[in-house]
Design a protein around this ligand. Structure first.
Ligand SMILES: Cc1ncc(COP(=O)(O)O)c(C=O)c1O
Length: 487
């Protein structure tokens, strides 16, 4: 049809003077060339094409000198063959450890068999099976699944399904102080961070209440009948590993039932077995109306996110042919290799008892850290968490830093001034080959979210290293950090 000049007369003649279209291959790196980049070239390209400002932080922490070549189980291996123990775990994205052999084999087989990827035309056996598995892992009537490629996308889907199902034309959404639900525009509006929210124009229909404060939530819901949705991380990750007691969660459930409000539990970071139950809310004997998973759902090899809703909620929002396509999955939702990766990952999680391991090894980690807190009360302020989602909070030295250190740290970046996490994290990497994670909203907290394959011996290696470092004292730790910046 496009050649039909009667319909498209502009194609009837060839313009001989037109510039020839340049189809020459641009200067592209090959996969082999990418693999061979050295740390300096990686840094140059990162600064030139990805995020120069972020590079500044990577340099402060000493990450810029490391090129990861391979990874296996609990370890990264760098360009010098140095094994780095991973107590960061991609903020909870690596439940199975790096390159779990069963996950790798499933992916390899899928490719060898020439299977298909895109799941938006025909039905996909893989997307259907993954949805069935997620429903099987989820308590109560959490049966309907939306598949996407990230936690933000899963949370967008969760908030949208709840908003529609709430039945309120001017539905308002309650979220918590210190919340983190992602950076896409919708969930950014309920992510409590001035930095991330910047000066963006955000969704207006939101109300913030303090996390864990049932009275504040009750007051909000009772005073505003437009409130139709409450969104809460079951354990706040970005907030610094903050949880609330069982009475709070029982109260949230009862309050929502009483006022016909839908509760969305964000389990993107705390779910998938990390706290010693598949979902963290299972510790409290309650079931939300909608939940979301991502991170470890991709078994460390694929980008997978999922919203899981009670069938009744889903059907209210999108149950008829007329409404079915309003939030049907996007291009990469339920894509083949990602789905089989997640299917195999869920099977491995149960076959290898990784959830029980998280509970057992997590208890050991917490008890060893509490012993260190008793030994170093002037340095460690708090140890908290469940399973392998643990927060280690240092005393805040920003105002009380010993006088001898003040001139030294005044040279440093605003972000690290007075925050021991940065100094300690950088030295754990440099001198002890251990990687830990920092916390968005509280710079004094190190987040420990190692893979769920972590052993008690791994915990001992980490705690012995921390003990050795802390035994040197604050002055030496900060001094060591400053020296590393000069070196
Ligand atoms: C609780 C929570 N929700 C949502 C997200 C967003 O996930 P993603 O980074 O995959 O978009 C995160 C990411 O850290 C998270 O921790």
């Amino acid at each position: 049809m496009l050649q039909n000049t009667a319909i498209r007369p502009e194609f009837s003649e060839v313009d001989v003077d037109a510039e020839p279209v340049n189809t020459a291959k641009p200067d592209l790196l090959t996969v082999e060339e990418a693999k061979a980049l050295d740390p300096q070239s990686m840094a140059d390209l990162f600064k030139e094409h990805i995020n120069p400002g972020q590079f500044h932080f990577m340099k402060l922490l000493g990450f810029h000198k490391v090129k990861i070549e391979t990874a296996e189980g609990m370890y990264y291996v760098d360009q010098n063959g140095r094994k780095i123990l991973d107590f960061f775990g991609g903020f909870g994205s690596l439940a199975h450890g790096h390159n779990h052999p069963r996950v790798i084999a499933a992916r390899q087989k899928f490719q060898d068999e020439g299977r298909h990827e895109i799941a938006i035309a025909f039905l996909s056996q893989y997307a259907s099976a993954l949805a069935k598995n997620l429903a099987a892992c989820s308590p109560g009537e959490l049966d309907m699944v939306f598949l996407g490629s990230s936690g933000s996308e899963a949370m967008e889907a969760a908030v949208k399904v709840a908003e529609r199902a709430s039945g309120r034309p001017n539905c308002k959404i309650v979220h918590a102080g210190n919340s983190f639900h992602g950076k896409t525009k919708g969930v950014l509006s309920i992510t409590d961070s001035d930095l991330y929210q910047g000066n963006f124009n955000l969704v207006e229909n939101r109300i913030k209440v303090p996390f864990g404060d049932l009275e504040a939530l009750t007051r909000a819901i009772e005073s505003d009948p437009d409130i139709g949705v409450v969104v809460l991380e079951t354990v706040q990750g970005g907030g610094g590993i903050i949880s609330a007691p069982e009475s709070y969660w029982k109260g949230v459930r009862a309050l929502c039932d009483k006022h016909d409000v839908l509760w969305v539990a964000d389990e993107v970071q705390c779910g998938y077995g990390r706290t010693g139950k598949f979902y963290a809310f299972e510790h409290y004997g309650v079931v939300p109306d909608v939940t979301a998973l991502a991170k470890s759902l991709g078994a460390g090899k694929a980008a997978v996110g999922a919203m899981i809703a009670k069938r009744e909620v889903y059907m209210k929002a999108y149950g008829s042919p007329k409404t079915a396509m309003i939030h049907a999955q996007a291009t990469f939702g339920g894509i083949g290799e990602a789905s089989i990766t997640a299917i195999e990952g869920l099977n491995v999680l149960y076959d290898e008892d990784l959830i029980e391991n998280a509970a057992r090894v997590g208890d050991h980690l917490i008890s060893r850290l509490k012993a260190l807190q008793e030994k170093y009360p002037k340095i460690i302020k708090d140890v908290r968490g469940k399973g392998l989602m643990v927060g280690l909070e240092f005393q805040d030295f920003s105002k009380t830093m010993p006088a001898v250190l003040r001139p030294m740290i005044s040279l440093l970046d605003d972000k690290l001034k007075g925050s021991l996490s940065g100094f300690i994290g950088a030295q754990l990497l440099r001198d002890y080959d251990i990687l830990v994670a920092f916390t968005e909203y509280n710079r004094n907290v190190i987040r420990l979210e190692p893979p769920l394959v972590c052993t008690s011996e791994n915990v001992d290696t980490f705690c012995d290293a921390l003990d050795d470092l802390l035994s040197k004292g604050i002055v030496s730790i900060v001094n060591g950090f400053i020296k590393s910046q000069k070196g």
